[in-house]
Ligand binder design. Structure first.
Ligand code: ADP
Length: 643
């Protein structure tokens, strides 16, 4: 076993790797960027090395700086986590050339799976079922159109170098094919510098089921499947293991196919073979097809750990330090059911917009495993993925595990940033999900209900108003030496105006528009209109947060700030730090409310900024290519003529 390793990553995965290292007596070296000087992973590691600026390209993607840090600290091996350099075969080669060990597969295994067309070809040869389609070299548009016709519509065009859904187009009819091909190629060229595509049969209402594999370079085993069908724009939201409705026959077929895939490339370490499944007639062994293999530890690996009792990071360290894989397939057993929910700093009603903020208050549930890279007081910065934590639960049955997930989410508290907690809560209670009736389109179809269910109830709004009025503790019988006094106050919160009347200690009436809420504090529980709310009120300098069930944040409004924002309403500002990708308007041009002004790329997503009113552009203050701070003025409209 290694005595010391370096972790070339940050956030929750760096912390999770350090956890295992501590348990098995391996020393750890963290690396960090400017933005991460005081991050949790830096505090947890035995040593830490600063490797550069906040932008990933200046730090976590700098293979040379990372290798130098390992050599300087005497670390023998490098764990890449996921993302960043984890699937970069050139980095693997450089690590090995420097005489160090890469805790992951060989560069040739990564290369074999790097391009979708080559990977599909390889899998076909290894006898692994692949999605029916064309993945040949002939990129002539006529030939591709002919291939689509032969496969039968609807078809999916995919960039062979694709990832993150880029360069992917669904084509329903023949006459749409030529245009879709053009735009898929254009996007693929921009994103990956490679315009080549493949054509696949489009599976309707598919499920995403993936198999965890583990190899020592010679032999591989599988650690059962995970169902990751709950996705939003191809991003996983809640994952579970095993897959609901899985049969022994189908599990054996998928597991064997995944092991064949891993052994075909001499796979070493933890990997995931992703399959797309047509479950329109239940799970059938002839209805799953290889999509791609991820040659690294996956974000959702904890659900597999929960049902198998295996620590996958420990296994990674053992095989890469030279131990053979000791477990045989028949030694591995599946126990119970597990779920993982990804808790993000994001604004769900605003279209899942990534958010930032300082986490003034943070509480994770006792009943769950919480994998996190942050502590209370830490900041979710705009530089990296805005994940706050993964909440993982395990139970003897799916129903029990799902109830535990709902309870764990209810117990989770984050203030200081908006989060997707209410959305996760609604999802954990969704009937179809409860019944195990999942597919990759579920969230998109149910989006309105799932976000509406997350809208704050009267009780939540009333308690927020109480918090803003300073009555979160019920007002107490005495405040210092002053006796309790009746009070009537108008409070204004972001999106909420209310009148709060304190009637007696621990009793108040809140009026919001034409709704009234009688609030009473009984044995530390707030009752609203004679029902226990189960909610907790948490005050931070800038917000009132209400937790359980769901999480709601109301900004405490400074009336002066609002007025000045109103006066400057002709100025479009950057909502977060980012890169200006495009500017669509010029000075003197007339725009209508809703017209796009510019596109900002921030936190791995593109955000279109639109005009908030009609007007004439007075000034364009940035150019495409500029890096801007949050709040930077981008476009100014001429003052509106006074009415
Ligand atoms: P990327 O590498 O760009 O993320 P994938 O090939 O992994 O693309 O596919 C991403 C997602 O797109 C899958 O999880 C699935 O939801 C959907 N998808 C992929 N292939 C198909 C298909 N043939 N039919 C229907 N949906 C598909």
């Amino acid at each position: 076993m290694f005595s010391k390793i370096l972790i070339a990553n940050r956030g929750e995965i760096a912390c999770r790797v350090i956890d295992t290292c501590r348990r098995i007596g391996v020393s750890t070296v963290a690396v960090y960027s400017d933005a991460d000087r005081t991050a949790r992973h830096v505090a947890m590691a035995d040593e830490a090395v600063h490797i550069g600026g906040s932008a990933p390209k200046d730090s976590y993607l700098r293979g040379d700086a990372i290798i130098a840090a390992a050599k300087a600290t005497g670390a023998r091996a490098i764990h890449p986590g996921y993302g960043f350099l984890s699937e970069n075969p050139d980095f693997v080669d450089a690590v090995e050339k420097a005489g160090l060990v890469f805790i992951g597969p060989s560069s040739s295994a990564i290369r074999a799976m790097g391009l979708k067309d080559a990977a599909k070809k390889l899998m076909e040869e290894a006898g692994v079922p692949v999605v029916p389609g064309y993945h040949g070299d002939n990129q002539d548009p006529e030939h591709l159109a002919g291939a689509a016709e032969a496969i039968g519509y609807p078809v999916l065009i995919k960039a062979v170098a694709g990832g993150g859904g880029k360069g992917m187009r669904l084509v329903e009819r023949e006459k749409e094919f030529a245009n879709a091909l053009d735009s898929a190629r254009g996007e693929a060229q921009t994103a990956f510098g490679n315009p080549a595509v493949l054509i696949e049969k489009y599976i309707e209402k598919p499920r995403h089921i993936e198999v965890q594999v583990f190899g020592d370079g010679k032999r591989a085993v599988h650690l059962f499947e995970r169902d990751c069908s709950l996705q939003r724009r191809h991003q996983k939201v809640i994952e579970e293991a095993p897959a609901p409705g899985m049969t022994e026959e189908m599990r054996a077929a998928m597991g064997q196919a995944a092991v064949r895939a891993a052994e075909a490339i001499g796979y070493r370490g933890a990997g995931t073979v992703e399959f797309i499944v047509d479950a329109s007639e239940g799970l059938r062994p002839d209805r799953f097809w290889f999509m791609e293999m991820n040659t690294r530890l996956q974000v959702e690996h904890p659900v597999t750990e929960a049902i198998t009792g295996v620590d996958l990071v420990e296994w990674q360290l053992r095989v890469t330090s030279g131990e053979p894989l000791t477990s045989r397939q028949e030694d591995l057993h599946l126990n119970g059911h597990a779920f993982e929910a990804r808790l993000y700093a994001e604004d769900v009603p605003a279209g899942f917009l990534p958010a930032t903020g300082t986490l003034t208050h943070l509480h994770f549930p006792e009943v769950a495993r919480a994998d996190t890279g942050v502590r209370a007081g830490d900041t979710i910065s705009p530089w990296y993925d805005p994940m706050i934590a993964k909440i993982i639960v395990h139970g003897p049955t799916r129903a029990i595990a799902l109830s535990k997930l709902a309870a764990a989410l209810e117990e989770t508290e984050v203030a200081g940033s908006v989060t997707n907690l209410s959305f996760l809560n609604a999802l954990a209670r969704h009937e179809g999900f409860r019944a195990g009736d999942v597919d990759t389109g579920l969230i998109a179809r149910e989006l309105v209900a799932l976000t509406e269910a997350a809208a704050p109830s009267l009780a939540v709004r009333a308690l927020a108003a109480l918090g803003a009025a300073g009555l979160a503790e019920g007002g107490g019988a005495m405040t210092g030496f002053t006796l309790w006094q009746p009070l009537r106050r108008t409070v204004t919160l972001d999106g909420l105006g209310a009148v709060v009347e304190a009637l007696a200690p621990g009793r108040a009436r809140v009026t919001i528009g034409d709704e009234t809420a009688d609030c009473a504090l009984r044995n530390d529980v707030w009752w609203v209109n004679d029902r226990p709310s189960g909610a907790r009120i948490v005050l931070t300098p800038a917000t009132v947060s209400i937790f359980g069930p769901g999480a709601y944040h109301f900004g405490l409004i400074d009336p002066l700030a609002r007025q000045s924002a109103g006066m400057a309403s002709g100025v479009t500002v950057s909502p977060m730090p980012g890169l200006v990708k495009a500017v669509y308007v010029r000075a003197g041009e007339h725009v209508s409310a809703g017209d796009r002004l510019a596109v900002l790329e921030a936190m791995k997503m593109e955000h279109t900024l639109t005009a908030t009113r009609d007007g004439t552009v007075a000034e364009v203050l940035v150019e495409a290519g500029a890096q801007v701070e949050a709040g930077a003025a981008l476009v100014r409209l001429e003052e509106e003529a006074a009415a």
